[in-house]
Ligand binder design. Structure first.
Ligand code: ZN
Length: 328
C-alpha cells in the first residue's frame, strides 16, 4: 500500500466511478477490440473465482514461453497463460504447430495473447492514432498498436517434434532478498513498523518485523509489493499512478495497487515463490470485476506497467519495443 492508505486491497465498497474508456485496440477479428477480448478473458477467470495476478506460480515448470523462440511472455500474457494451469510452460501458434510437423488436437481452445506492433509509416500512424498513455514513454513515442494472437499449450498439440525436455525448462531462480538488495536506486527499508507501506514523500519502504509474517513467502511478497510502488518514484520510473495519486480510493490509487499486486506476482515468479498468501474473497473479486468492466484498458495497461516495474527492479533492459510480448 501507499502511505496513509487504509488497506492494501481494493475496497470493494468503493463506487465504480472509472470512466468508460473508448476501445483503443485494433480489431483483430470479429468480436471486439484487443482490449475487449483480453479483458473478457480476465473477467471469465475472475468469475470462475481465479484472480490471475494472484495465482500461485508453478516453480517446477517455470515461466510461460514460446516453444519456437523460447522467449518468455510478458505483461498480461504471463497472467493469461499461467492461469490456464497447464503442466508445460510452452506455447505456440496453430501455424507453429504445423511447422513442427504436428497439429493442435481437434476441439482444443486457444488462449489469447497480445503484443505490440510498431506503426512504421507516418501514413499508417496517422490513420491509426494510438494514444495509450499507459505505455512506457519509449513505446508511446513509437506509436504502438495492440494485436491479438491465439496460442495453444504444447499439451493441446500432437506429434510435435523437438520439444525441450522437462528437465531443461526450469530457469535459474533469484534469491528473494537479492532481488530487493540489487534493485537500482533502491529505497531505504525501515523495519519494525506497524504495517507495510511505501512513503512516496520520504521514499522509503516501511515493514513490520519479519517474524510477524506467517511465512517467509508472505514476507517476500509484501516487500516486493512495496518495492514495486517505490519503482514509480519520480527519481526512478516516474509512474503517474504513484506520483499523481489522489489518495485512497481514487482511480490512480486503485490502478497503482493493481500494478503493485501484478508486479509482486512477477517478482515472486522470478524468486520461485509459489505460495499464494492472499485470500481471494468474493468481495475482492467483485470489486475488480466492476473496475474491469468499466475500463477495458485497465488490466492490459496495469500488467504492462507492472512488467516495466519488475524489469526495473531486476535491472533488466526490456525486450525490443517492437515485439515486447515475445511472440514470433
Ligand atoms: Zn500497495
Amino acid at each position: 500500500m501507499i502511505e496513509n492508505a487504509i488497506t492494501t486491497t481494493l475496497d470493494p465498497s468503493l463506487p465504480s466511478t472509472l470512466p468508460a474508456t473508448a476501445s483503443l485496440g485494433r480489431l483483430s477479428k470479429p468480436g471486439g477490440s484487443v482490449y475487449d477480448q483480453i479483458t473478457s478473458q480476465i473477467i471469465a477467470l475472475l468469475e470462475a473465482g481465479t484472480v490471475p495476478w494472484r495465482k500461485p506460480w508453478n516453480a517446477k515448470t517455470g515461466w510461460p514461453r514460446n516453444l519456437v523462440s523460447n522467449k518468455p511472455y510478458r505483461g498480461v500474457n504471463v497472467l493469461l497463460l499461467h492461469a490456464m494451469q497447464y503442466q508445460s510452460p510452452f506455447w505456440l501458434t496453430f501455424k507453429q504447430a504445423l511447422e513442427l510437423g504436428g497439429h493442435v488436437r481437434k476441439g482444443e481452445k486457444a488462449t489469447p495473447v497480445v503484443f505490440w506492433k510498431s506503426l512504421t509509416s507516418a501514413k499508417s500512424a496517422e490513420a491509426n492514432p494510438v494514444k495509450e498513455a499507459w505505455l512506457t514513454p519509449e513505446t508511446n513515442r513509437r506509436r504502438m498498436m495492440a494485436r491479438l494472437y491465439w496460442v495453444f499449450n504444447v499439451s493441446q498439440c500432437e506429434n510435435l517434434k523437438n520439444i525441450p525436455p522437462l528437465s531443461a525448462q526450469t530457469g535459474t531462480l533469484a534469491a528473494p532478498m537479492a532481488i530487493v538488495e540489487n534493485m537500482p536506486k533502491r529505497p531505504a527499508i525501515k523495519y519494525g513498523l506497524r504495517s507495510a507501506f511505501y512513503s512516496p514523500s520520504e521514499d522509503f519502504v516501511g515493514m513490520p518485523p519479519r517474524e510477524v509474517f506467517s511465512t517467509e513467502d508472505a514476507f517476500f511478497s509484501t516487500i516486493f509489493h512495496e518495492h514495486i510502488h517505490a519503482s514509480g518514484h519520480a527519481t526512478r520510473l516516474n509512474r503517474p499512478t504513484l506520483t499523481e495519486s489522489q489518495g485512497f480510493g481514487s482511480d490512480p490509487y486503485c490502478k497503482e495497487e493493481l500494478i503493485a499486486e501484478m508486479g509482486a506476482a512477477f517478482l515472486c515468479g522470478h524468486a520461485g515463490i509459489a505460495e499464494s498468501t492472499m485470500t481471494d474473497s468474493a468481495a475482492y473479486i467483485q470489486g475488480w470485476l466492476e473496475k474491469l468492466q468499466n475500463d477495458k484498458s485497465l488490466v492490459v495497461s496495469a500488467a504492462a506497467q507492472a512488467q516495466h516495474a519488475a524489469d526495473f527492479i531486476l535491472g533488466r533492459t526490456p525486450e525490443s519495443p517492437t515485439n515486447p510480448e515475445g511472440i514470433e
